[in-house]
Structures are given as C-alpha cells and as structure tokens.
Design a protein around this ligand. Structure first.
Ligand code: PA5
Length: 426
C-alpha cells in the first residue's frame, strides 16, 4: 500500500492541522454516491469488474497484437492517452520503444502537428502494425483525425479486410461516432465504462490493452488495484488518501496554491502528466483549485531548483519514491580521482540518489516549501496499481473537500466546442 509521509509538511500546518473531519465527510459523500458527479464513480470497483469481464479478452487481443505485428499505434488524447503512456514508461522504461526485441507502442492523435505525424510514420517504417483507437465520446477532434491517418496507412498496406482485422476500438459500449463506426466496420471493440470518466479510466481497456501490448502483466495490475482500493476504503486518518488530500487542502488554504509533483525516477515522467490531468481537471473549477505542476529530479534541480528554493512561496512539493530500485550500478573508481569523487566509488547510484533526495528535501523545507512524501515498495505492477488507486481516491476526496464536483470537466467541453466552430471556418 502507498505510504504518505507528512513530516516535511508538519512545520507548515497550523495548530489545528489537516481537517480529517472534512476528509471523512468527503469520503462519505463518495462512498454513499450522494456527492456531485456520483454517476462517474465506477472507477472505485473497476478492477473487480474488469477481472470479471474484459480482462481476459484484453490479454488475448494483446497476445494477437504482439504475435501478428511489430508495433502498435495507439490513437487517443487526454484521459484516453496519458494513463497508458504513463504505465508503459513507468513499468517498461522511457526508452522502451527503442530497446531491441520489444514490441513498440507509439501514440498519436494527441496533437495536430503534421511534423509529429510525419515523424511517427517515418519511425514506423515498413513494420507490421496494428491500431488501437481510443475515444470515450468518439467525437474528439485530434484522435478522430489521427485515426483517419492510421486507418489509411493500414489499408494501404493490408487492404480493407486486412486492415479491419488489425483495428481495435475502445469506446462507449452503446453510442457515439466511434462506436457506430466500429459496429459498421466489424472491428474488435473494448469498452470505456459509462460510469468512469476519461481521467479515471486507466484501469479499463483504455489503459490495459496498450499496456498488455507492451508486455505489462495487466492481470497483476488489476489484482493489486482491487486490493489497494479495498485498503483505501478505510475511514480513519490512517488512510493515506485522507492524509494526502487533507494535507494539500490545508496547505492550499495557507497560501500554497501550486503543487509540484516530483520524482527522482525518470521513468515517472508520464505518471506526472497523468497526475496533472487527474488533479487539474478534477479540482480546477469555480475559480479555485491547486495548480498541478511537475518536475523531474535530479535533472530539474539544475533548471527549476532556484525557483523552488527561492521564488514566490506559493509552492508545496509532493515527492513520489520507490523504496527499492530494480537494478544496481556501482559508482566506478577512477584512477587519479580527477573530480575528487573516488570516496563514492563502490557505492551504488541508488545510495547517491537517496542522499541527494534527503539533502534537497531539507533545503526545500528550510526555504519554505512543504514536502509531502508518497512511496510504494517498488516500480512494478503492484506499485503502479497502488499509485493509480491512491491518487484517484485522494483526488476525489480532495475535490469534495474543496466543494467542487471532481468528475466533470466543463472547461474542456468549452474549448472543444470553440475548436469545431473555428475549423468550420477553414
Ligand atoms: O477528461 C476528459 O474529459 C478529457 O481529457 C478526455 O479524456 C479527452 O478529451 C479525450 O476524450 P475522448 O476519450 O472522449 O476522446
């Protein structure tokens, strides 16, 4: 289970401290289905439902994709994109697509850049590929246009029938343009459940099919997620989701309006992108909300370190860590000790990383930045599942604590409408 460490935030709390009574009330609203947006709380038992329904077909489809093609193109954006990419980068590594012998997963449909599209086509080359198009609404501009390109490429290579067998559509079970298109064309389909919003959908086929195609053990993910959600139902201040939600809401009320999510693990980069959507879309409404930002340490210590240490004191920092690293690498001895670092020789890089993290934490706290620690035992399927469930639960509780509906996104709908209007004028 996720552990939360509030020791680095404690000095910034007032005497009353985080409001666990408000967290309890938010949890009650969520669990009783009486809060705003309650019709989108199906993520709370999604792992159990997946195990009973689509999990096996997803594993089967992924096996086919892996055996009959050399790459998968995943077309989607926002909640239909970030979770899968986050999982693949976290669990298989940021350089996964470049590693020999792997089955690459490429993403498109999240921009309208012709350069990005042409580059992806060049990277794909003449390899055999399949396409997984993902859109809950079935009407989002970027993936709809991206899919036109992907489908045309498939048809050029395999003909209409060959292409049909290589397209997997993940969308609403009963309605929408993509749903209707898939039924007409006879593509294999998977479901985005009605009661699960895009940013909470990574543990549905939205995330699981691309993850399985990348060789992730999605059965282990789902099993761990079901357990984690059970644990997160605890109604007490020991619940890590309560601790995190209540602490960040407390700090927000004390002027810490920006939260930076940091990790010392480069493979975490897209998890932070997923987290930003989760919290940004859930909390940023009605003129309030903590602004979710992210940094990647150590790299960003050399770019954003100055601002964090010394800029406006509106920041809080949440650091996600993995208690063990997957591999070891001893710092080499260098004859002549040109940089004066031979005292580190033989120590593992992970030791140096831990020392750096503890030094940075102390400096940031001294500089006025509250530090919240979030950790899981390992960067593996269970660790990923735990982080996803923890952040989803904490996000819903935190949003209810601040009085907003965690599950709608009126702002996203507004720009989507405007975009179609502008395009009509082309
Ligand atoms: O959370 C949201 O609503 C958005 O970010 C959507 O996930 C994104 O716009 C993609 O929507 P769809 O899956 O309907 O194509």
């Amino acid at each position: 289970m996720v552990k939360v460490d509030l020791s680095g935030a404690q000095p910034f709390f007032d005497a009353a401290g985080p409001d666990y009574a408000a967290a309890a009330e938010a949890h009650r609203l969520l669990a009783s289905g009486s809060g705003a947006g309650h019709e989108f709380t199906g993520w709370r038992d999604l792992p159990r439902r997946m195990a009973e329904t689509e999990l096996k077909p997803i594993v089967r489809a992924a096996r086919t994709i892996r055996s009959e093609s050399e790459a998968l193109l995943v077309v989607g954006t926002g909640g239909s994109y970030l979770g899968a990419r986050a999982a693949i980068e976290l669990l298989r590594g940021g350089n996964y697509n470049q590693r020999p012998g792997e089955h690459p997963v490429y993403f498109l449909g999240n921009s309208l850049s012709p350069d990005a599209l042409n580059e992806l086509i060049a990277v794909l080359g003449d390899r055999d590929f399949c396409v997984n198009v993902i859109s809950k609404s079935g009407g989002t501009l970027e993936p709809a246009l991206g899919f036109r390109v992907a489908k045309a490429l498939l048809e050029q290579k395999y003909g209409k029938d060959g292409a049909r067998r290589r397209i997997y559509a993940t969308t609403d079970a009963n309605r929408g343009k993509l749903h209707d298109y898939a039924v007409r064309e006879g593509w294999e389909t998977f479901t985005v459940p009605d009661d699960v919003g895009g940013r909470f959908s990574v543990l549905s086929a939205v995330g699981l099919l691309p993850m399985a195609a990348a060789g992730i053990d999605v059965e282990a993910v789902i099993q761990a997620a079901a357990q984690e959600l059970e644990g997160l139902d605890l109604r007490a201040p020991e619940n890590p989701a309560w601790q995190y939600a209540a602490a960040r809401q407390h700090l927000y009320r004390r002027g810490k309006t920006i939260e930076i999510l940091a990790s010392y693990e480069p493979a975490f980069r897209f998890m932070a992108e997923w987290w930003k959507q989760l919290f940004g879309e859930s909390e940023g409404k009605n003129g309030i909300g903590i602004y979710p930002a992210s940094v990647e340490f150590n790299a960003d210590l050399h770019s954003m370190g100055q601002y964090i240490q010394d800029g406006p004191r509106t920041l809080m920092e949440t650091v996600v860590s993995f208690e063990t690293s997957r591999t070891r690498y001893a710092i080499p001895f260098e004859p002549g000790d040109p940089e004066g670092l031979n005292y580190l020789a033989g120590h593992d890089f992970a030791e140096a990383q831990r020392a750096a993290a503890s030094a940075v934490k102390a400096a940031h706290i001294a500089g006025g930045v509250p530090n919240l620690g979030v950790s899981v035992p390992a960067r593996d399927e269970a660790g990923f599942a735990a982080l996803v469930c923890f952040f989803e639960m904490a996000c819903a509780i935190s949003a209810y604590m601040s009085g907003v509906n965690p599950f709608d996104q009126p702002g996203v709908e507004a720009y989507k409408k405007n975009m179609f209007q502008q395009l009509g004028a082309l």
